[in-house]
Ligand binder design. Structure first.
Ligand code: ACO
Ligand code: OAA
Length: 378
C-alpha cells in the first residue's frame, strides 16, 4: 500500500471514464469526443444530456422522443410543492433549498426503491431528477417573492422552459439560446469535487437521489460552484463604490484574499468555458448598449493573469452573463446544479457499470498509545 500523501487528491487517478476529457495545459474540454466549443454552439442541453447518458449523439427521432420524455417529467408532486412553499417562507437560501428539495423528490419517485442496476428505472429517475430540478428552483424563486409558481410547459425546450417558469414570460431566442449554451457548458467536467461526491455516495450503492443531493451540497462551496455568485457580488461592490476594479483586486490580493472566478485545480490556462461565456457576456452587453460589466471583468482578468499568472475559470464570466439576463445572483449556483445534474448522473451510472466502494485512507498523525482515564478521574 502506498503511503504517499496527496493533499486534496491532487493528480490522483481514481476511475476510468468515457465522459469528459480536460487538457489543462491546452485549455481543452471534450464531452465523449466532442469539443465543448462545438457542443456549445451546435447542441442543445437535451442533446448533450443524451450524449452523456447514452454514449452517443441522438438521431432526430431519438432526440424528439428523449426531449418529450424530459418535458413530460417536469411537473412537481403536490407534496414537493408544499416543501418548496415552506422553504421559501422560511427564508432558506436557494442552494440549500434546492438540496433539500432534490432529496425530497425521491419521496414522490415511483422508482425510488429500484435496484441500483435497474437500467430502465435509472433512465426514468435520471430524467425525472434533471427535469424537475429547474421546476423546483423556479417555483422556489417565485414563492419567495410572493408569486405563485408557473407550471412548466411541454412545448418549450429545457432552457426556455426554465426562463419561462422563472419570469412567467417566454424568453426571446437570444435569452433561450444563451441559457441553453450555459447549461451545455456546465453539464460535465471530469471528477470535479461535486461529481466525485456523487460517485462516493453512489459507490456505497446509495440511490441516485442521495448521490445528487450529496453533489449539490458539495457544489455550493465558494471554492467550487459558489464562486459564480461571489464574482457578481464582487463586481457589484466595486461598481457601487465607483472603485477602479484593478485597484480593488490589487488591494484584495494584498490582504491575502482569493479572487472568485480565478484559478483552477486542472487548468493552467484560461478555462475554455470562460472564453465562450466571456463572448456571451460581451454580446449581451453590446445588445443592451452597456458593456460595463464585461469591461470591468476584462480589466480584472488582464491584471490577475499578468500579475498572478491565474486565469479565469467558468464561474468568472457566467456571472455577468446571468446578471445581464436578469437572473437573481443567488440563483447562479443553483443553476449550475441544474446543469451539472446531467454530469453527476452520467458519472454515477458509469460508476455503477463497474462499481467498487470508494474508500481512501488518511495518514494517521494522532496518538497510538494513550492511556484511558475514567471520566470521574479526568
Ligand atoms: C466550477 C469551479 O469549481 S471552478 C473554481 C471556482 N472557485 C473559485 O473561483 C474560487 C477561487 N479559486 C480558488 O480558490 C482556487 O484557484 C481553486 C480552489 C479553484 C483551486 O485551488 P487549488 O488547486 O487547491 O490551488 P491552491 O489553492 O493550492 O492555489 C495555488 C496558489 O494559487 C493561489 N490562488 C489560487 N486561486 C487564487 C485566487 N482565486 N485568487 C488568489 N490566489 C489564488 C493560492 O493562494 C496559491 O498560492 P500559494 O501557492 O502562494 O499559496
Ligand atoms: O473541475 C473542477 O474542479 C471545477 C470545475 O471547473 C467544474 O466543476 O466545472
Amino acid at each position: 500500500m502506498s503511503t504517499e500523501l496527496k493533499r486534496g487528491l491532487e493528480g490522483v487517478v481514481v476511475a476510468e471514464s468515457d465522459l469528459s476529457y480536460i487538457d489543462g495545459d491546452a485549455g481543452e474540454l471534450i464531452y465523449r469526443g466532442y469539443a465543448i466549443e462545438e457542443l456549445a454552439r451546435e447542441a442543445s442541453y437535451e442533446e448533450t444530456l443524451y450524449l452523456l447518458w447514452h454514449d452517443e449523439l441522438p438521431t432526430e427521432a431519438e432526440l424528439a422522443e428523449f426531449s418529450q420524455q424530459m418535458a413530460a417529467a417536469r411537473e412537481l408532486d403536490d407534496g414537493v410543492l408544499d416543501i418548496i412553499r415552506e422553504l421559501a417562507a422560511s427564508g432558506e437560501e436557494p442552494m440549500a433549498a434546492l438540496r433539500t428539495i432534490t432529496s425530497a423528490l425521491s419521496a414522490a419517485d415511483p422508482d425510488a426503491d429500484a435496484d441500483f442496476d435497474d437500467t430502465e428505472a435509472n433512465n426514468r429517475k435520471s430524467r425525472r431528477i434533471t427535469a424537475k430540478m429547474p421546476t423546483a428552483l423556479a417555483a422556489y424563486n417565485r414563492l419567495r417573492n410572493g408569486n405563485e409558481p408557473v407550471a412548466p410547459r411541454e412545448d418549450l425546450s429545457h432552457a426556455a422552459n426554465f426562463l419561462y417558469m422563472l419570469n412567467n414570460e417566454e424568453p426571446d431566442d437570444v435569452l433561450a439560446e444563451t441559457f441553453d449554451m450555459a447549461l451545455v457548458l456546465h453539464a460535465d467536467h471530469g471528477l470535479n469535487a461535486s461529481t466525485f461526491a456523487a460517485m462516493v455516495t453512489a459507490s456505497t450503492l446509495a440511490d441516485l437521489h442521495s448521490a445528487v443531493t450529496s453533489a449539490i451540497g458539495t457544489l455550493s462551496g465558494s471554492l467550487h460552484g459558489g464562486a459564480n455568485a461571489d464574482v457578481m457580488r464582487m463586481l457589484q461592490a466595486i461598481d457601487d463604490d465607483e472603485l477602479d476594479p484593478v485597484e480593488w483586486v490589487k488591494d484584495a490580493i494584498d490582504r491575502g484574499e482569493r479572487i472568485a472566478g480565478f484559478g483552477h485545480r486542472v487548468y493552467n490556462v484560461k478555462d475554455p468555458r470562460a472564453k465562450i461565456l466571456g463572448e456571451e457576456s460581451e454580446a449581451l452587453g453590446e445588445a443592451a448598449g452597456d458593456t460595463k460589466w464585461y469591461e470591468m471583468s476584462v480589466a480584472i482578468e488582464d491584471y490577475i493573469s499578468e500579475e498572478k499568472g491565474l486565469a479565469p475559470n467558468v464561474d468568472f464570466y457566467s456571472a455577468t452573463t446571468y446578471y445581464q439576463m436578469g437572473i437573481p445572483i443567488d440563483l447562479y449556483t443553483p443553476i449550475f446544479a441544474v446543469a451539472r445534474s446531467g454530469g453527476w448522473i452520467a458519472h454515477v451510472l458509469e460508476q455503477w457499470e463497474d462499481n467498487r466502494l470508494i474508500r481512501p485512507r488518511a495518514q494517521y498523525t494522532g496518538d497510538r498509545d494513550a492511556e484511558f482515564v475514567p471520566l470521574e478521574e479526568r
